[in-house]
Write a protein that binds this ligand. Sequence first.
Ligand code: UD1
Length: 460
Amino acid sequence: MEEKIEVHGPTKVSGVLPVSGAKNSVLKLMAATLLATGESTITNVPEIQDVTIMAELLRRLGCTVRYDPAQQTVDIDVPEVLGHQADYDLVRAMRASISVLGPLVARCHRAEVALPGGDAIGSRGLDMHRAGLEAMGAKLSIERGFLRASVADNLHGTTYHLDYPSVGATENLMMAAALADGTTVLENAAREPEIVDIGRMMQAMGAHIDGLGTSTITIEGAQKLHPVTHRTVPDRIVAGTWAFAAAVTGGRVEIEGAEPAHLTMVLEKLRGAGCTIDTSQGRFIVQGPERPTAINVSTLPYPGFPTDLQPFVVALNAVAEGSGMVTENVFEARWGFTAELERLGARVRLDGHHARVDGFPRNSSPEHRSRPRTSEREPRWPSWAWRPRGSQRSPGSSISTADTNTSWIACRMPGPRFSGASWAACSREKTELRGVPERGYAPLTGWRVTPFMAVAAHRG
Ligand code: UD1
């Protein structure tokens, strides 16, 4: 089954919008529950397919997992004796599966995790995950597509300097260090709010961690941790998505449940594009300008501009006054979506990790109508996977989804596809964006697309 989104422009994205728990946090929180025997509960869980994949992975390791999307909770009962293997079908379906590596080595003294390989946005190496665990005494090897790690007894504390503040490596090493003998110091560690969230959950489990949110994180290994209930931090990328949707379409959104302090750099850039932003008195309101001004943005690790919001900058510049330079410093290949935006009429010139985007007058019809690609397959759903809900329509909305068997014509990644939707909303005509992303992001209906439909229904 595949979905089609119809965007009838011109329209403004306006309304009151809730923000879910962070995808980039919840999957790691689920992995962190492996550190303690017993039942942990995670709340504010977003309704996304990746959660069902992580739930399946934990079940195969021996956990009992109850995921209740309606209540936005996941209960994970972790047994005393755990399995130690993460299979390829799951790791391939969701890269974040690699985050069980650290907890498994810490708990079981061995782990076998299928290698995820690169993906559409970059090669995504694991060298720091490996080198950090080796510095803590583990032996690592790659055999028949699996990363195998083992240690005779407990891991031991060490000082490890990351080459780059990698989010995934910082998380894995922090979790591994929580049950190691002695003290581990991670230098040049990632500072993302999701790292702080995982660290706070681990502190509540009894871990001794200092320096969360700074470049030096110190973890004093504990003998044992205990299960907890923990609320997932709000998704700053979803909040940023709404903010950009308002900025691109000249709408007004009031974002509920988000943490504006996690978006300081993003909001600064949006102000530069002409948005009015009010974060006083517990409110988070973004009013887009009649037409945005193009902005220059370089993506960087937190607190820099997040790479996950980079596609929206390209979409914004595509309808803006002037030209903007966008530089991608985190993932070397995160430009696939620009070809799709160009098919909608955007003017983008790529040069290595830079994209120069020239503003296209708002309300001009896209020059090129989108055409189906015939080479793409329909997505296949494993039997345990969360499935898209099928045909949905928001009454009065200018955006709708419907089942269709046609081939893909839009980008596969969520941000870019959504940036395409924002851009299409500025057009005078109907634009069809087709194709649900094939893998972990598939239920965009529950995460990003449905809220987009909802705001369209409230458009001003
Ligand atoms: C996480 C997020 C992703 C976000 C990214 C950066 C999840 C599920 N994904 O991805 O949405 O865009 O952080 O904020 O949480 N690298 C190496 N060797 C390593 C580790 C990383 O070369 O051992 C490279 C990667 O290839 C990439 C860069 O470092 O170019 C950043 O990777 P990292 O910060 O680890 O991102 P992820 O954890 O993969």
